[in-house]
Design a binder for this molecule. Structure first.
Ligand code: AMP
Ligand code: MG
Length: 269
């Protein structure tokens, strides 16, 4: 519980990324303890997701943001290993298409939100529209600066209609990003993930940092909080996200629907 409180950004508070250690190993005393705990959480997540699906009334949306190689894909792979893909919806947001751009910035996002009973996972999200768009100067400040309020209102709409919203910023250090990007270059199996443009983003590290600071401060609310998760160590990163998710689902406390009358105790001939 304490762990989650430390990671959560209180409404209106600055996330103060410089004061948060990306190399912190939170959630367990050692890697082996951490992996053991993660295994239990992964299993629990599977049970809770099954109930959420069976209940079919509510949904949960996990928003994953972070710089390149901060581990968004790794979280999805590890934390959701025990979840039935049938009740899960992973959406990766890439550069908007011309059709996307012909609409407001939330148009493509709303269409990809989880249905009742589903867990939705956003690999990048509408936050690109106040971070990447700002840093790459794809829109004027007069446009992107108004989006914080629209995002808060949009997420409130989702919540009022039955979707819990959990937002995670994977907080990686610049040095660990360098190592991970180098690995992508060096490993032929990973090379496809590397785009030359990734280096432009890396060169704008401080600008991205500032944009994330502002976005998190402007949009962390009681009902849709941001969590800043140290992301330099994969196991600790996965463990923190799993704790956050299981915590959110335990609070929802989904229930399987009641059986048909007379089913309990029935002996199937
Ligand atoms: P990746 O997640 O590494 O495959 O890359 C996706 C790319 O799409 C990143 O460079 C994002 O910044 C970019 N992207 C996603 N959404 C937007 C958006 N709304 N506007 C501009 N760029 C975006
Ligand atoms: Mg990339």
């Amino acid at each position: 519980m304490n762990l989650l409180d430390d990671l959560r950004v209180r409404p209106g508070a600055a996330p103060r990324l410089d004061h948060r250690d990306p190399g912190a190993r939170l959630g367990a005393d050692s890697k082996s303890d951490g992996l053991e705990r993660l295994g239990k959480l992964v299993e629990r997540l599977g049970v809770l997701q099954n109930r959420l699906y069976a209940e079919g009334r509510r949904s949960l949306l996990l928003v994953l943001q972070g710089m390149d190689a901060s581990g968004k894909d790794g979280v999805i792979r590890s934390v959701f290993a025990g979840v039935n893909p049938q009740g899960c919806r992973v959406e990766a947001f890439n550069v908007p298409t011309s059709e996307d751009l012909a609409h407001d910035f939330l148009w493509r996002v709303h269409a990809r939100c989880p249905a009742r009973g589903e867990i939705g996972i956003f690999n990048r999200s509408h936050y690109e529209d106040v971070v990447a768009v700002r840093v790459r100067k794809l829109a004027d400040e007069s446009v992107w600066s108004k989006r914080y309020a629209h995002i808060v209102a949009f997420e409130r709409l989702l919540i009022d209609e039955g979707t819990s919203v959990v937002k995670v910023f994977l907080h990686e250090s610049k040095e660990v990003q360098r190592k991970r990007l180098q690995e992508r270059v060096d490993d032929p199996e990973k090379r496809w993930k590397f785009r030359v443009g990734d280096l432009d983003d890396r060169a704008k590290w401080n600008e991205f940092r500032r944009a994330y600071e502002d976005a998190i401060r402007e949009t962390s609310t009681h009902t849709a909080p941001w969590f800043v998760v140290p992301a330099d160590h994969n196991w600790s990163r996965n463990l923190c996200v799993a704790e956050i998710l299981v915590g959110a689902l335990e609070r929802l406390d989904p229930k399987v629907p009641p059986a048909d009358p007379g089913v309990a105790g029935l002996v199937v001939p």
